[in-house]
Each structure stands twice: as structure tokens, then as C-alpha cells.
Ligand binder design. Structure first.
Ligand code: FAD
Length: 563
């Protein structure tokens, strides 16, 4: 079968590419390795607590047998379980002393169903960083290149947030912000008066606070503050491929979707310097087939994309497609997590809040921007935080039975606050995805091997983040302050990036400034693998903007006949 374009992967990146291409009139095939998901009917978001299996818990034996890695994620529970791969069925390897948590979901929509929806722009502090301190290669774009695309994706996705006027956290096209609660407002006041260049703002998130006509036309409605988002949202109140980009692509009449179709490899035509076919294996029958198109976008997520490119070996690319630079699979990065601290507040006992707000607050990076004295590392960290009186968790976790327990739960308890640091990780060539030379999965495809560790810069930055978090909580009157547990192995922030990086130079990078492979003219990659550095912002908004930009560039090249 022939199409104008093929997109591999239906997550945040693939969804955006499909939407933009279809809206440009391009007949597009979207290939997804996992099963179909029906928006609304396949979600458990309307199940009352007593109908959720085990009140959300997954039995320890089941976790150990099938979800040893996935179950370490905060959003894994019995109502969201089907959005995570079974580790037992999708193995990968790491060196014994260098664990990496590869957290993923294989189904239509990918991790756009389970993601935390925090959405921040990168700034020129991030786009200039590699060039300035010499770690990694220079980004081939700057903020001005991406700014209009951030505008475009924010308007369509629906991002709520407040305007702050900070250089390191550019403002965007926001729907009305959610509100900080009383303890967060007090914390904000305290921090901003003690540290005039630090800022506390409500978390920017991909939730509709006031849907526009464009959102409503897609069947999306306002956020109901339920915070069961990891189950999927029947209101379409948060952005996902299923609520937003795929319906928009479908209504053009230009989209074809195939699910349960694992892309094994891409064939290469050396004479034309093009991908000539996408080879697929049916996930259920294991039958092979192939598709052709004038342009191919690989959006299978950072490690999944590296897997496909490395598997696509040929006489001309013996180390994997588009890999003359040997950069495919290398420079794997993930935000540093496990940083920060928590505490309880003795006051505000007569105050509460309405609803379960699905975002926290945000304290953007200040280190090496407005505060440089005594800093012995490059880059920095940002904090996400939240505060509340966690009646819900206590109702699940508190020990007891009967009237006495119910009486006790009427008291919502003290206010708690947690500051969760997100630190920048530097790109290093030895942090790498390769293919196992011997072992294969149940489809006969080589297992992925991930070798990735944090370095000295990450450790120093983590120490400073822990110190600052504890000091800020103490200054704001919190007690019982505890560290968040220490730096976690990479993978746990689920912000994996870098395995097919952009760059000016084909000798050291895989993609050009439009996410087009230097080596292969009709191949584009727009998921996290294209990232050149991590910054401190949660990255998916940037994948959206890069995807929309690259798709429109490819559409221009298709119409001019250049590809
Ligand atoms: C719990 C959680 C919280 C998160 N919170 C945030 C947040 O607050 N903010 C933020 O920015 N990011 C967050 N993330 C990360 C975010 O989910 C990812 O950055 C984003 O989903 C990546 O999009 P993607 O399209 O690149 O990959 P995915 O969404 O993973 O989609 C890739 C798709 O490709 C498919 N695929 C893979 N291999 C193949 C193949 N060989 N053939 C065919 N199809 C294939 C997969 O099945 C999948 O559907 C979070 C993630 C999780 C799990």
C-alpha cells in the first residue's frame, strides 16, 4: 500500500506529526505497535473508588512478576495498569551495576494517556547552553525558531498557566491558570521576599480550564479537578493524542491508522538516499508486511526510535540507518530525579481547598541564571511542588476499622508540602542504547541494551537542590523536613532524550535543524531522541513544537518536490 507519509508511533510526537500532515492534505499512515484504544470507552475514569480493583493497589506478587520496572512509577495503579507494558513480556538489558528504568506504554496514544501534563517552554538559556559550556554539540536552533510553534501547539493543546515575564521560563498562549492554595501562596510570599530572583507560580499544565471553540469542536470539555488523569479522561480535558491530535487528523479524511503493527526496520535505497519501505510485523500473527511513502517520520519514543534505526542496518549503513555519525543510540539523557525535600506545616489548620487540582506549583531554575556564587557545576534544576491535606491517601493507608477509623479520618491532618527537583543531565557519548547481539524478544527482534549513568555534574547539582529545598521549606515555616530519597537511576523521570540528536554537523549529529536526517533525505525524527540537551523543563511541549515544525517543513518539501 502506498501513502504520501508514514508516521511510526502514535504518542505525543507521532500524534502531532499526523495532525499537521493530514491538515496539509497529505495522505498519512500512522503505524502503532500496540492495540487500538477507544477514547472514553476504554478508560476507567468514571469508576468510583470501590469499583477500582484493590482500591488502586496492584498485588505485590503481580508487580514482581510482570511490572518490576513500570510499577516504580507513581502513576502505575490497578486502574491505569493497562497503559504500561508488562516488563516480563518486553525485556531489555542493562549492566548489573547500572540500572536504567525504561518506563513505557505500547498502545494507541502511547504515554500521552499517562503523562503528568506539565508543560514548560525551553528558553535560550537552554538552547545556548551546550555552546557556552562545551558539553554536547550546539543546538541548530534557538528560541526564536521554536517560539511560533510553541504558540501554535499551546493554543491547540490547551495549556493553563500564568504569565510571569521570566527569561528562563518564556510565557505562552495560556488558558486561565489554576489557583495556588493558601499554603502555597504563603510559601510563594516567603520565598520571593527572601530570594527576589526566585519565583513560585502555579504549574503550567495541558488541561482545559476554559475550552476554546476549537477544543469544544473536538469534543473536549473543561477539567473537573478529579485527578484520576492516569486512567484517561472521558471529558478530553487534558491533552492526549486520543483527545486532540488524532481526532483532528481523522476529521481531514487523510489519516489511516494501523495498530498491533511493530515496525521492525526501514529499508534504504542508496541510489536515491531515501527510505524505500517500512517493514512491519503483525504483533499478533507475526506476519510481515511493508509500506511505502514519500516521507517517513519515526516517533517511536527516544529508545524505541533508536531501536528501529539501529535495527535498520544495510550495506551503506552497517551501524544503523542515518548513522554515519555513530551518534544514533548515544547521548541518552533523562532528567535527574529523587531530589528535593518534604515537610509538614503546623498552621493553616482551619483552611482547606476545593477539588483535586491536577497540577502543583513550579519554581523555575535560578541556579547559574540569577544565582551563580559558589556554584560548582554547570546548568541547574527546577522544582515542581505540591501541598495539601492528603485525606485521600490517608483513607487508603490509615490502619483501623469501623466508626473509630471514620471519625479519625474526619480530621484532614496537617498540611504537607513536597518540593520535587528536576535536574539537567549532560549529554555524554558513553550513555548509550545498543542492540543485544544474541538475545531477541518474542517477535525475534534484538533486545535493547541500555548503559547509562549520571556523572559528577549531576551529583553536585543534586546536592545543591536537596540543600536548597530543605532551606526553603524551613524558611517558610515547615517542620519534619525530610530529603526525597536521593538521586534515582536514570529513566525514572521518563524524560528520556538524545539518541538521534539534532546538530549543525553531519559528522557529529543525526538530524538537521528541521529534524530531517542528514544522511537520508525523506527520514524525519521528532520524538525526544532529537534533543541536544535536556534543559530543566519537562520536555513534551518541546517535542510537540518540534514535531509540528518538522511536519510543516516536510509538507513544504513534498509540495515543492524536493523529497
Ligand atoms: C507517569 C508519567 C508522567 C509524565 N509526566 C510528564 C510531564 O508532566 N510533562 C512532560 O513533558 N512529560 C511527561 N512525561 C513524559 C511524556 O509522557 C513523554 O515525553 C511523551 O509521551 C513522549 O512522547 P512520544 O510520542 O515521543 O513517545 P510515546 O508517547 O511513548 O509514544 C511512542 C509510541 O510509539 C510506539 N512504538 C514504539 N516502538 C514502535 C515500533 N517499533 N513500531 C510501531 N510503534 C512503536 C509506542 O507503542 C508508543 O505508542 C511523563 C511520562 C509518564 C509515564
Amino acid at each position: 500500500m502506498n501513502f504520501d507519509a508514514i508516521v511510526v508511533g502514535s504518542g505525543i510526537s507521532g500524534g502531532w506529526v499526523a495532525k499537521e500532515l493530514c491538515e496539509r492534505g497529505i495522505k498519512t499512515l500512522l503505524i502503532e505497535r500496540g492495540p487500538n484504544v477507544e477514547h472514553r470507552t476504554d478508560y476507567l475514569d468514571f469508576a468510583p473508588p470501590w469499583e477500582v480493583p484493590n482500591r488502586g493497589e496492584v498485588p505485590e506478587a503481580e508487580k514482581a512478576e510482570h511490572y518490576a520496572i513500570q510499577s516504580t512509577n507513581y502513576a502505575f495503579n490497578s486502574a491505569s495498569k493497562k497503559w504500561w507494558v508488562r516488563d516480563s513480556e518486553h525485556p531489555y538489558s542493562t549492566p548489573a551495576d547500572r540500572p536504567y528504568a525504561w518506563i513505557r506504554g505500547y498502545h494507541l496514544g502511547g504515554r500521552s494517556i499517562t503523562w503528568g501534563r506539565q508543560t514548560y517552554r525551553l528558553s535560550d538559556y537552554d538552547f545556548n547552553a551546550n555552546k557556552l559550556d562545551g558539553n554536547g554539540v550546539d543546538w541548530p536552533i534557538r528560541y526564536a525558531d521554536l517560539s511560533p510553534w510553541y504558540d501554535r501547539v499551546e493554543r491547540f493543546a490547551g495549556i493553563s498557566g500564568s504569565i510571569e515575564g521570566l527569561e528562563q521560563l518564556p510565557d505562552g498562549q495560556f488558558l486561565p491558570p489554576m489557583e495556588l492554595n493558601c499554603v502555597e501562596q504563603s510559601f510563594k510570599k516567603q520565598i520571593e521576599s527572601n530570594h527576589p530572583t526566585r519565583r513560585v507560580t502555579v504549574g503550567r499544565c495541558a488541561h482545559l480550564t476554559e475550552p476554546t471553540a476549537e477544543h469544544i469542536a473536538l469534543g473536549r470539555g473543561p477539567c473537573q479537578l478529579r485527578s484520576v488523569c492516569e486512567r484517561g479522561c472521558g471529558y478530553g480535558a487534558y491533552f492526549s493524542s486520543l483527545s486532540a491530535t488524532l481526532p483532528a487528523a481523522r476529521r481531514t479524511g487523510n489519516l489511516t491508522v494501523v495498530t498491533d503493527a511493530i515496525v521492525e526496520r526501514l529499508d534504504y535505497d542508496h541510489a536515491k538516499r531515501r527510505v524505500s519501505a517500512v517493514r512491519v510485523m503483525d504483533a499478533k500473527t507475526k506476519q510481515g508486511r511493508s509500506y511505502q511513502a514519500r516521507v517517513v517520520f519515526v516517533c517511536a519514543s527516544t529508545i524505541g526510535t533508536a531501536q528501529i534505526l539501529l535495527s535498520s542496518r544495510s550495506e551503506y549503513f552497517p551501524n544503523g540507518l542515518a548513522n554515519s555519525s555513530d551518534a544514533v543510540g548515544r547521548y541518552l539523557m533523562d532528567h535527574v530525579v529523587g531530589l528535593g525535600a518534604s515537610g509538614t506545616h503546623p498552621g493553616f489548620l482551619d483552611r482547606y481547598y476545593y477539588g483535586r487540582r491536577p497540577t502543583g506549583f513550579y519554581l523555575p531554575r535560578y541556579i547559574n541564571i540569577t544565582e551563580r556564587d559558589g556554584v560548582d557545576f554547570v546548568r541547574g534544576f527546577a522544582f515542581q511542588g505540591y501541598s495539601g491535606r492528603s485525606t485521600w491517601d490517608r483513607a487508603r493507608n490509615e490502619v483501623g476499622v469501623g466508626a473509630e477509623l471514620k471519625q479519625r479520618l474526619r480530621n484532614p491532618g496537617r498540611w504537607e508540602m513536597r518540593l520535587v527537583g528536576l535536574g539537567e543531565m549532560l549529554p555524554r557519548a558513553e550513555n548509550r542504547v545498543t542492540l543485544d547481539a544474541r538475545r531477541t524478544d518474542q517477535w525475534g527482534l534484538p533486545l535493547v541494551h541500555i548503559d547509562c549513568t549520571h556523572g559528577e555534574n549531576e551529583r553536585r547539582l543534586a546536592e545543591r537542590a536537596n540543600r536548597d529545598a530543605a532551606a526553603m521549606l524551613a524558611a517558610a515555616g515547615f517542620e519534619n523536613i525530610e530529603a526525597n530519597g536521593g538521586i534515582k537511576p536514570p529513566g525514572h523521570s521518563v524524560h528520556e532524550m538524545g539518541t538521534a540528536r539534532m546538530g549543525h554537523d553531519p559528522a557529529t549529529s543525526v538530524l538537521n535543524r528541521y529534524n530531517q536526517a542528514h544522511d537520508v533525505s525523506n527520514l524525519f525524527v521528532t520524538d525526544g531522541s532529537c534533543m541536544v540537551s535536556t534543559g530543566t523543563a519537562n520536555p513534551s511541549l518541546t517535542y510537540m513544537a518540534l514535531s509540528a515544525r518538522a511536519a510543516n517543513h516536510a509538507a513544504d518539501l513534498l509540495s515543492s518536490g524536493e523529497i
